[in-house]
Design a protein. Structure first.
Length: 96
């Protein structure tokens, strides 16, 4: 986890950067740092998106397998057989 920076820490970093880099080159350095941070965030976002896509693909594959299993089991045929047996039993009972 990243450490939390307070106002005093930020001020100390700014003073050190001003002394080390100098006031003339500080804006260009900050732009370069900003560009690097933006690039790193973009790469992290792309990496996370790739993992999310893989997760979705895995979920879709699992759903496809479940649908195929349901199709193979054909629960409608089993229900139709049960209804036919019940109908036959009722006709036998009514005939007797």
């Amino acid at each position: 986890m990243l450490p939390q920076l307070g106002f005093t820490e930020f001020l100390l970093i700014a003073i050190v950067a001003l002394v080390v880099v100098g006031p003339k080159d500080l804006p260009s350095m900050l732009r370069k740092i900003g560009a690097l941070v933006a690039k790193a965030r973009g790469m992290a976002r792309e990496f996370q998106g790739a993992f999310e896509d893989m997760g979705r693909e895995v979920e879709l594959d699992e759903l496809r397998k479940e649908i195929e299993a349901i199709k193979r089991a054909n629960p409608v045929a089993g229900i139709a057989e049960d209804l036919q047996k019940t109908e036959d039993d009722l006709r036998d009972d009514a005939a007797s």
